[in-house]
Design a protein around this ligand. Structure first.
Ligand SMILES: NC(=O)C1=CN([C@@H]2O[C@H](COP(=O)(O)OP(=O)(O)OC[C@H]3O[C@@H](n4cnc5c(N)ncnc54)[C@H](OP(=O)(O)O)[C@@H]3O)[C@@H](O)[C@H]2O)C=CC1
Ligand SMILES: CC(=O)N[C@@H](CCC(=O)OP(=O)(O)O)C(=O)O
Length: 321
């Protein structure tokens, strides 16, 4: 039976991975003494005893843990930003291509994608790969996210007693959507650029909402960016062809007048699943590609489990909905 260790199991991502693993009877979960969970020697022992170790830690601690691994058979799946554009690691997005899936299945070092980056890349990569969107395109995107994306610290801020309570006529900054990363240097930009094959760093504006989880990443597409004249129906077909047969990525049909939640987009529709839903909106004069995921699902823990399944040669859907 494969042995699995979660380094950082007390954190937001770690806890979700741990909960998903606990339901499985095909794996043995290595448990660390909670009092020793930050002890380097104890972590080193667990990592080297495991067939798979998930790193659910801040970047510096992830790099430290990766360096502790000396067992050549241990596969490391890192949820942090530390190794995502490091060529010695495999980017954990099997939906990029058959080659990427194959690379993940053979890799001992897998970098799990960032949540915003997952939404962006799933929507943009197939358009670049098909040639319809040139690599030189200057893209602009925004992403609406729940506060769990910021881990324990942000959750505590949003869930502080009374933080989200609201009376009519009373304004509270925390109740309003909050754009951040305003220096336009968000930490997911390098992976977005690299794995979409873009020449230029995109404009990217994440917006934090006063709700726990769920994410919608939207990219603007102007006709003069494209290599030939196409409309939203054509972009939908390119995306649908790329994700044909995908277990988790669904491309919704194009509708000129989409049926949405009271006329609005619902960033929570993929919550508690490992699914991504992509839809193209607009008309032939201006379009947008929107990808919805659970930031803790396909944006973190779900993707990590999917990568583990592939790396262990198992059915990629085991333990995931
Ligand atoms: N939340 C999300 O949506 C996503 C998060 N990620 C990434 O996953 C990683 C974990 O994030 P998240 O779960 O949100 O963060 P949290 O802050 O919720 O959890 C991090 C955990 O790591 C523990 N930790 C910190 N330093 C060490 C150390 N030196 N040794 C052992 N444990 C340590 C913390 O301990 P303590 O409990 O004492 O604070 C905490 O339990 C980060 O790199 C994050 O960027 C990736 C995708 C999405
Ligand atoms: C709401 C919020 O703060 N979200 C985090 C991203 C969460 C994520 O994907 O994390 P890593 O790239 O660190 O793995 C952010 O935008 O920095």
């Amino acid at each position: 039976m494969f042995k699995v260790f979660v380094d950082g199991e007390a954190g937001t991502t770690g806890l979700q991975i741990f909960e998903r693993l606990a339901k499985r009877n095909d794996l043995e979960i290595l448990k660390i003494n909670p009092e020793l969970r930050k002890d380097v020697n104890e972590r080193q022992k667990m990592i080297n005893e495991s067939d798979v170790t998930f790193l659910c830690l801040p970047d510096a601690a992830s790099m430290e843990s990766a360096a502790l691994c000396t067992n050549p058979n241990t596969r490391i799946i890192d949820a942090s930003t530390a190794h995502r554009v490091n060529p010695a690691w495999t980017y954990g997005m099997p939906e990029l291509s058959a080659e990427q899936r194959e690379a993940i299945s053979k890799s001992k070092r897998i970098a799990n994608p960032g949540c915003h980056a997952s939404g962006f890349i799933l929507g943009v990569h197939p358009l670049v790969a098909s040639g319809i969107l040139p690599k030189s395109a200057n893209l602009a995107a925004y992403s609406i996210t729940g506060y769990s994306g910021g881990g324990k610290k942000l959750i505590a801020e949003y869930e502080a007693e009374d933080a989200l309570s609201h009376k009519a006529g009373e304004s509270k900054a925390i109740m309003a959507p909050a754009p951040y990363a305003l220096a336009l240097a968000h930490k997911h930009l390098p992976e977005m650029k690299k794995y979409c094959g873009l020449e230029n760093v995109p404009f990217f504006n994440p917006v934090l909402g006063p709700y726990y989880k769920g994410m919608a990443v939207t990219v603007a597409i102007f006709p003069n960016m494209l290599s030939k004249k196409v409309g939203p129906q054509d972009l939908t077909e390119i995306l649908a062809k790329h994700y044909e047969g995908s277990k988790f990525v669904k491309v919704l049909p194009y509708e000129a007048a989409p049926v949405l939640f009271n006329g609005r987009l619902d960033p929570t529709v993929c919550n508690d699943t490992n699914n991504a839903r992509i839809q193209v909106f607009g008309n032939e004069n201006i379009m947008q590609v929107t990808t919805i995921i659970d930031n803790l699902g396909k944006g973190a823990s779900g993707a990590a489990i999917q990568n583990m399944n592939i790396a262990l040669g198992l059915d990629e859907t085991i333990g995931l909905v």
